[in-house]
Design a protein around this ligand. Structure first.
Ligand code: NDP
Length: 386
């Protein structure tokens, strides 16, 4: 039976891997309803054409004309703007890939869930910024969340039938490109150095988040909501080879680990073909060549993001939203060369402390307000330094 799929963020790194996974499916297994992007109009039009999508949407209204021109004669409808994104995400589909980067992914992903589609969730920010609300909406709509983030997908595969017996979730972390760097080197690290991830080929922002360990911080909060475990049950261990994608520890002391090649298509394929397990011609692990798997504790002094995630989870409410909004602005400023690598976490902590009085969200408006306050707070701190 053909399954209808929409891909939000088709022009990104997860978008590309999703297209690659679809190319390995049997003819007619999937039909593409909607694809979305933002600034990469040529890439969006090319993917919309090759996937024979019903509609292609750019988030930027100013680029509507360019998209329409690029799709001329293809039979693919063109649309633009945030409302069109939400409309595309709400179109009838069996599964929606949520792979827009950042808090911009929240509204369209929520729309997909509300429309009853299963959501293959790559975007971390939905759960980090709006965790409890997002989960409540998903449950009320009867939608299914299929985690795509490799760690959460690994846990999802391990957890089946065992949820009540979980003692700890152990998220593995490659340590990023600066794992062995000292404080002095970190102080002068550039965005060009930070995007060179040792194991994973990802978008620029998530690669830099991996260098600060903010990516792991977001994943900790994501795991706390996704698997309904207490903050203290979420652990992080550095595992530079990125072969073990995560582990679950049980009350009897035993541990289950999920292993696989460091290739996002494995997690994406699992989510798209769940509850079946589709075949995928990715690299097979060769243990003789791997020889050793190593582990080390994360260093909280050089990488404070893990501690900030713990604080956000302990505070609860909108603290995750504040952490994420502030972090996104700090990341942009680092990419633009306006602040240093170590400033990112220091400034995020300042914003979190200044907004620690915010109550829990009663609706999405509260989430957007907290996000805006965090962004303003970070922008003010950055402006005050220049
Ligand atoms: P990329 O930066 O490669 O792609 C981001 C996508 O979002 C692009 O399609 C981009 O469009 C689109 N986009 C950017 N800004 C907006 C906006 N304001 N409104 C709507 N769409 C927008 O990111 P990744 O693919 O690396 O990551 C996507 C998400 O998945 C992130 O939340 C990330 O944390 C998560 N993730 C990624 C992993 C990876 O391996 N890459 C692993 C696990 C999770 P355009 O390019 O046209 O501007």
């Amino acid at each position: 039976m053909t399954r209808r799929i929409s891909i939000l963020g088709v022009t990104g790194s997860i978008g590309a891997s999703t297209v690659s996974v679809l190319e390995h499916q049997a003819e007619g297994a999937f039909a593409v309803e909607a694809v979305t992007g933002a600034r990469n109009i040529a890439g969006l039009a090319e993917r919309a054409r090759s996937l024979r999508a019903g509609v292609a949407v750019t988030a930027d209204p100013a680029l509507y004309g360019d998209l329409k021109d690029a799709l001329a004669g293809s039979g693919v409808e063109a649309a633009a703007g945030p409302e069109a994104l939400v409309e595309a995400a709400s179109r009838p589909a069996d599964i929606v890939m949520s792979a827009i980067v950042g808090a911009a992914g929240l509204a369209p992903t929520l729309a997909a869930a509300r429309a009853g589609a299963s959501v293959a969730l790559a975007n971390k920010e939905c759960l980090v910024a709006a965790g409890d609300l997002f989960i409540r909406e998903v449950e009320a709509a009867g939608s299914t969340l299929l985690p795509v983030d490799s760690e959460h997908n690994a846990i999802f595969q391990l957890v089946e039938g065992e949820a009540a017996r979980i003692e700890r979730l152990i998220l593995t972390c490659s340590g990023g490109p600066f794992r062995t760097w000292g404080m002095e080197e970190l102080a002068t690290a550039t965005a060009a150095q930070a995007v060179k991830h040792p194991q994973w080929d990802m978008g620029a922002k998530i690669s830099i988040d991996s260098a600060t360990l903010f990516n792991k911080a977001l994943e900790m909060i994501e795991a706390h909501h996704l698997f309904a475990v207490a903050p203290g049950q979420v652990e992080v261990i550095i595992h530079p080879q990125s072969i073990i994608h995560s582990m679950i520890g049980f009350h009897d002391g035993s541990i289950l680990a999920h292993l696989g090649p460091p290739d996002m298509r494995v997690a994406i394929s699992h989510a798209l073909t769940w509850p079946e397990r589709g075949a995928l011609p990715v690299e097979r692990l060769d243990f003789a060549r791997l020889a050793s798997l190593t582990f080390e504790a994360p260093d909280a002094t050089r990488f404070p993001a893990i501690r900030l995630a713990r604080e956000a989870m302990d505070r609860g409410g909108l603290a995750g939203c504040v952490l994420n909004g502030a972090k996104e602005v700090a990341l942009e400023a680092f990419m633009a060369g306006r602040i240093g690598f170590l400033d990112m976490a220091a400034l995020v902590e300042e914003v979190m402390d200044s907004l620690s009085h915010l109550d829990a969200a009663t609706g999405l408006e509260d989430v957007y307000d907290a996000d805006a306050a965090a962004r303003r707070g970070m922008a003010d701190l950055i402006a005050a330094r220049s």
